[in-house]
Design a protein around this ligand. Structure first.
Ligand code: SF4
Length: 457
C-alpha cells in the first residue's frame, strides 16, 4: 500500500495516517510501573486497558499488569464511580498493591468523572485500606500523546507523595524521562560513578527488564519505593531529563517544595551527555572519574573512526520530541545530514528548538511537530535519504523505499535489546552509534557487486 504514497504533499488538518504517537494512558501506565509495588489502574473501558497493556508487553516482552474500571454502557451514561469503587475493593482484596495509580481515558474524561471526589469518598468508606496509597492523573487521549500521559502521571506523583521537608539533604532528584529501563539504569550508573546520590523516579529498571526466575512475581523488585517518593521535597536539586516528559513534575517540585530544577536534554549522544555530566559535577558536587572519562573516550574514538562512513549521509528521523532533539544533535556531531525530522507529539517549542539545532548544517530540513509518518514518507519520496531512524512503524516506509532502518525510540515491536542496552550516556551512545554504523555497513555489503565486495570495511 505504501508503494502508492503520492509524491505531492497536501496539507491535512483532520486526518492522521500512520501516526507518530500513541495515546496518553500508555505513557501514564508506563510511568506508574516505575513505582515499587504499584498497580496502574485504567479508569475506562476494558478495550483501552487491553490495548495499553498489550502494546507495552509487545515492546518490553514482559507481562504488564494493570486493572480497569471495565466501563459498560451504563457507566458510559451515568458515570464510572461505582465501577471504580468496586475495582478498588477487588484490587486491595486480591492483588494487595501498596499503591494504585489511576489514569483516565477518553471515555471517563468525556463523561467528566470527578476522580478526587470518588477517591475521597472511597477512603472515607474504608475502601482504601490504611497505609495504602491511591492517586490519579488526568490523561485524555484526544490531546497530546503518550509522552504527555507520562508527564501528567509523573507530575501527579509529585503532587501525591512528597512530604514537607524541614531541612535539605545532599541528594539530587532525577526524572529520567520516557526512556527504557536500561536507560534509567545507565543514568543511575553515571551518578554513582560520579559519587552523586540520586533519587530517580519513576524507575522501571528491575520491573520491565526482569530476569527469568521460573516463578511469577506480581510486583517485581524494581521501581522507586514510596519512601523515596516521600523524600523528594528534601532534595537539593531536581534534574528533569527531557523537557516534554519531565519538566512539569520538576516545576511543581520547585514551586511546592522549594527544590530548584534544571531542565536538560535527554543525555543521548556526546554533547547532551556532556551537559548532564557537567551538571552533576557542578551542581551536585560530583567528582569525575577515569571510568567515565574512558567511556567518553571510547565514544569519541568510534565517532572519529567511523566518520568516513557517516559524513554527509542523509537521514530522516521521527519519534518522541525529547528523543528526537538529542538524537538530531548527535547525528549532526557525526557529520550526518538530517533531511526530515518529525514528532507526533504536538508543540511549537519542538520546532523552534530543531530549527535552531539545524540552522547551520541543514537549514532546509523539514521539521514538524504533530506530524504523521505518511507526511514523512512523502517528504523522503521527494528528498531521498540514506537512512531512517525511528520506531517500528517506519518499517513499511523502509521496505517501500528500500532504505535501511535503525529502530530507535518507542515502540519497538519487532526487535529485541532496547530494554537491556541503553541509548543514554556515553555507553548508550556507543551502542546507538554501533547500530547506526553497522546498518550502513550492511547496506554497503548488500549493494556491492561481487567484484567490489570488500572483506574489510
Ligand atoms: S485513544 Fe482513548 S479510547 Fe483509544 S485506547 Fe486510548 S484512551 Fe482508549
Amino acid at each position: 500500500m505504501l508503494n502508492h504514497t503520492p509524491l505531492p504533499i497536501a496539507e491535512r488538518k483532520a486526518l492522521r495516517i500512520n501516526p507518530a504517537k500513541t495515546c496518553q494512558p500508555i505513557g501514564a501506565l508506563y510511568a506508574a510501573l516505575g513505582i515499587h509495588r504499584c498497580l496502574p489502574h485504567s479508569h475506562g473501558s476494558q478495550g483501552c486497558c487491553a490495548y495499553h497493556r498489550s502494546h507495552l508487553t509487545r515492546h518490553y516482552r514482559e507481562p504488564v499488569m494493570a486493572s480497569t474500571s471495565s466501563f459498560t454502557e451504563g457507566s458510559s451514561v451515568f458515570g464510572g464511580a461505582p465501577n471504580l469503587r468496586q475495582a478498588l475493593t477487588t484490587i486491595f482484596e486480591v492483588y494487595d498493591p501498596d499503591v494504585v495509580a489511576i489514569h483516565t481515558t477518553c471515555l471517563s474524561e468525556t463523561i467528566g468523572d470527578d476522580i478526587p471526589s470518588i477517591l475521597k469518598k472511597a477512603a472515607a468508606d474504608g475502601i482504601i485500606p490504611k497505609g495504602k496509597r491511591v492517586f490519579h492523573a488526568n490523561t485524555p487521549s484526544y490531546v497530546g500523546s503518550h509522552v504527555t500521559g507520562f508527564a501528567n502521571m509523573v507530575r501527579a506523583m509529585v503532587e501525591a507523595f512528597p512530604v514537607p521537608a524541614t531541612e535539605k539533604s545532599k541528594a539530587v532528584n532525577v526524572i529520567p524521562g520516557y526512556v527504557e529501563p536500561s536507560d534509567m539504569k545507565e543514568v543511575k550508573h553515571i551518578a554513582e560513578v560520579l559519587g552523586v546520590r540520586v533519587r530517580v523516579f519513576p524507575d522501571t529498571s528491575g520491573v520491565l527488564d526482569g530476569p527469568q526466575t521460573a516463578s511469577f512475581r506480581m510486583y517485581p523488585s524494581g521501581g522507586t519505593p514510596v519512601s523515596v517518593l516521600e523524600q523528594l521535597g528534601e532534595s537539593r536539586l531536581t534534574l528533569a531529563l527531557g523537557a516534554k516528559a519531565s519538566e512539569p513534575a520538576a516545576r511543581f517540585l520547585e514551586a511546592a517544595h522549594n527544590v530548584p530544577c534544571r531542565v536538560l536534554d535527554l543525555p543521548i549522544g556526546l554533547r547532551a551527555t556532556d551537559r548532564f555530566v557537567q551538571t552533576l559535577l557542578e551542581d551536585a558536587n560530583g567528582v569525575i572519574t577515569h571510568e567515565l572519562l574512558n567511556d567518553r573516550g571510547r565514544l569519541v574514538d568510534l565517532m572519529t573512526d567511523m566518520h568516513g562512513y557517516l559524513y554527509g549521509k542523509r537521514v530522516a528521523v521521527w519519534g518522541d520530541p525529547d528523543h528526537v532533539v538529542s538524537l538530531t544533535e548527535f547525528l549532526i556531531d557525526l557529520g550526518m545530514k538530517p533531511i526530515c525530522v518529525v514528532t507526533g507529539t504536538p508543540g511549537k517549542s519542538f520546532e523552534l528548538r530543531m530549527r535552531n539545532l539545524l540552522k547551520k548544517t541543514a537549514p532546509q530540513a523539514v521539521v514538524r511537530a504533530g506530524a504523521d509518518l505518511f507526511f514523512l514518507h512523502q517528504v523522503i519520496k521527494n528528498e531521498p535519504v540514506d537512512l531512517l531512524i525511528g520506531n517500528t512503524y517506519g518499517k513499511y516506509i523502509a521496505r517501500a523505499e528500500d532504505v535501511p532502518l535503525v529502530r530507535f525510540g518507542w515502540p519497538i515491536l519487532d526487535r529485541v535489546g532496547h530494554a537491556d542496552f541503553p541509548s543514554v550516556g556515553y555507553r548508550g551512545g556507543l551502542h546507538l552509534l554501533t547500530r547506526i554504523v553497522n546498518t550502513l555497513l550492511e547496506r554497503i555489503d548488500r549493494d556491492a557487486p561481487d567484484e567490489e565486495l570488500e572483506l574489510v570495511l
